[in-house]
Design a protein around this ligand. Sequence first.
Ligand code: ATP
Length: 371
Amino acid sequence: RPPAYGVLPRPCRALVLLNPQSGAGRALEDFQAVVQPMLAEADIATTVFVTERPHHAHEKVRDEDLSQWDTLVVMAGDGLLYEVVNGLMERPDWEDALKKPLCILPGGSGNALAASINHYAGNDHVAKKKLLTNCTFILCKGLHTQMDLVSLSTASGKRLFSFLGFGWGFISDVDIDSEKYRRLGNARFTLGTLQCLAKLRVYQGRLSYLPAAPEQDTPPAPRDPPADSLLVPLGQPVPPHWTVVPEEEFVSVYAIYQSHLGTNLLMAPAARLHDGCIHLFYLKAGISRVALLKIFLAMARGTHLDLNCPHLRYVPVRAFRLEPRAAAGIMTVDGEALACEPVQGQIHGRLCPRGRQSLPPTQEPPPPPKQ
Ligand SMILES: Nc1ncnc2c1ncn2[C@@H]1O[C@H](COP(=O)(O)OP(=O)(O)OP(=O)(O)O)[C@@H](O)[C@H]1O
């Protein structure tokens, strides 16, 4: 197992993949005004690659000579990092490529991973420019650690790698329906939640999972290619030691592997970058709109489970399978839409060895951010 922390070299060469259309469309401006001066002081030299279209970053990192760079920095939303992770996984040398430290600087509207890392670092909850400053400061310090990835396989034969979460039903509907309000930044999710509450739907399907044993750390993933040792083919029944959820009507199913679903949504307060765990939440049909709204309001502080809502279930798992009865509703992986079909996934502990994190706050209190 590689050591828990690494440190970037100085001077450091960073390839910055920047989506100028992310979030409110200010990523390039914010990068030049906020990020670049801080990185220059930390002796981090940047080469900016501005994406011109969807899939551009995926192709870039799939084909890039990575030996030129000490780190890959994504200044965008979670969607662009998803492209980068999957582009790296497509390389024949994926195992080495994943050793390249990855950094997320929040430029999108959701910024779930950036908010999660800010949380793990022990910083106060912040958004917008303050979150960008905190994340840039973490990059300046140069400390990096490992991150779990989840491998997802679909009935139609797709294999995807996900660092954040997989969803179906209400939460995914909000995510995709609210994309048209991306310019509002994080407020897009509030508006989307209210709209989706008005047309609340029930989705039918079977959910199964392999519970995580307490404190269990997933062994390092088998190499080349990373095999899904916990899964059996989708056409076969799940193994007998799996749990099959008795209910088959859901408002939402969401499997998250980091703490935050969005800047203001602390969905899995206990999650860590490499806890070897998929935090599986599902909302059973029959929940009232008021109860659902209360859950989302409580999620701002991560207290939604304290509501003891009988329709909300949470279970830490290592693998799951979701078999929708019909191709109804949107599925999402790391916030990107996926056609609705049977899907299963399993955790690969520390597969992507470099999310970023600062030292625990007890060791190193963060100094006031530079402006
Ligand atoms: N120049 C571009 N024009 C349009 N779309 C782009 C461009 N560059 C990248 N994309 C696509 O935009 C999608 C969304 O980007 P990104 O995740 O950066 O922003 P976001 O959706 O605002 O943020 P979040 O994921 O936090 O909600 C990515 O999946 C990517 O494929």
